[in-house]
Design a protein around this ligand. Structure first.
Ligand code: UDP
Ligand code: MG
Length: 319
């Protein structure tokens, strides 16, 4: 996919929206003054990720009342936050592209900080949520994910989950050209960044509604991150299997010697069960892990479109 000719120093804001009717009315009134204050061209590209509430109607309305400034990309069905952002990337033409959540957890007032960093020549501006306002469970889970991902991928990102981030056009273009069916945008950008930087940004509580991520969706998203950027999980099972086999062999030798010295042993049947279950569990987890990769490979080879854009609303046309 090729994006339109980039406009120098223009700032494009990309906002994925999934059932956010409660937040949308407050978003633009906070965002527009900040963008006006930048003193350079700007645009906001919303993407409606198959919302079932009034979000799309509100976005169309916003596009109508800000012609040439606000666009709404309408997806045919829910494609997930990261794919929705990908779809919107293709509709931006700013030299700087900044992503933001629609629920006001990322204060729009932080945007100038990101723009300043990009003016200094950083092509990816990552962010870390200072004082994160999420549930204890989410924060603990994120800490675990941040650590393990850093370990597995060798990428050092302070906070994978904060989506208030800035990307230079060049990085956006390679990201949209990377035809992956599942992806994780902050990690993908890090892969292509030449001169990344990480800053702290404020974080607020979700203004209205609830998080769109159930535990299951979160787990899937994190598998996307892990499998998309590392094969270490697969290799770990190889290593684990090797070690188990080695242990099994050693144990066999020990039993043989014991049999010759002390005689046959019959006790400890249940210990054997426990060990067998442990090993079976590990095997099943390993097969499952392989499945995670294979499933993604399958999705990729089928080559279905990653997202379907029904229409781009730009305010001028349509009733
Ligand atoms: N979102 C989306 N598609 C989805 C899930 C979420 O476009 O399938 C959007 C959502 O509307 C919000 C952003 O992605 O603007 C972040 O979602 P959410 O606030 O639910 O995530 P959390 O802050 O709990 O991580
Ligand atoms: Mg949120």
């Amino acid at each position: 996919m090729t994006s339109p000719t980039p406009v120098a120093r223009k700032v494009s804001i990309v906002i994925p929206v999934y059932n956010e009717e409660g937040n949308l009315p407050r978003l633009l009134p906070r965002l527009v003054p900040v963008l006006e204050g930048l003193g350079r061209p700007w645009e906001v590209v919303f993407v409606d990720d198959g919302s079932r509430d009034r979000s799309l109607a509100l976005l169309k309305e916003a596009a109508r009342s800000h012609p040439g400034r606000v666009k709404a990309v309408e997806l045919l069905r829910n494609a997930g936050q990261h794919m929705a952002i990908m779809a919107a990337f293709g509709e931006t033409d700013g030299e700087y592209v900044i992503t933001l959540d629609a629920d006001l957890q990322n204060p729009p007032e932080e945007i100038p900080k990101l723009v300043a960093k990009m003016d200094e020549g950083h092509d990816v501006v990552g962010t870390v949520r200072a004082n994160r306002k999420d549930t204890f469970f989410r924060k603990a889970a994120s800490r675990l994910v941040n650590r393990t991902t850093a370990l597995l991928t060798g990428m050092r990102l302070g906070d994978y989950g904060c989506m208030l981030r800035g990307y230079h056009r060049d990085v956006v273009d390679v990201m949209t050209a990377s035809d992956e069916v599942t992806t994780f945008i902050p990690a993908l950008a890090q892969l292509y960044a030449r001169h990344p930087v990480e800053i702290e940004v404020a974080h607020e509580e979700r203004a209205e509604g609830e998080s769109k991520y159930s535990v299951l969706r979160l787990v899937r998203l994190n598998f996307d991150l892990m499998t998309g950027f590392s094969v270490v999980p697969l290799q770990l099972f190889g290593l684990l299997g090797f070690l188990t086999a080695l242990f099994g062999f050693g144990f066999g030798v020990f039993l043989l010697v014991r049999r010759l010295v002390v005689g046959a042993e019959v006790e400890g049947v249940f210990t054997l069960f426990a060990l067998a279950f442990l090993v079976m569990g590990v095997i099943m987890a390993g097969v499952g892990m392989v499945g995670e990769y294979v499933g993604r490979i399958y999705q990729q080879v089928r080559g279905r479109p990653r997202f379907l854009v029904r229409r781009v609303h730009e305010g001028k046309e349509e009733p």
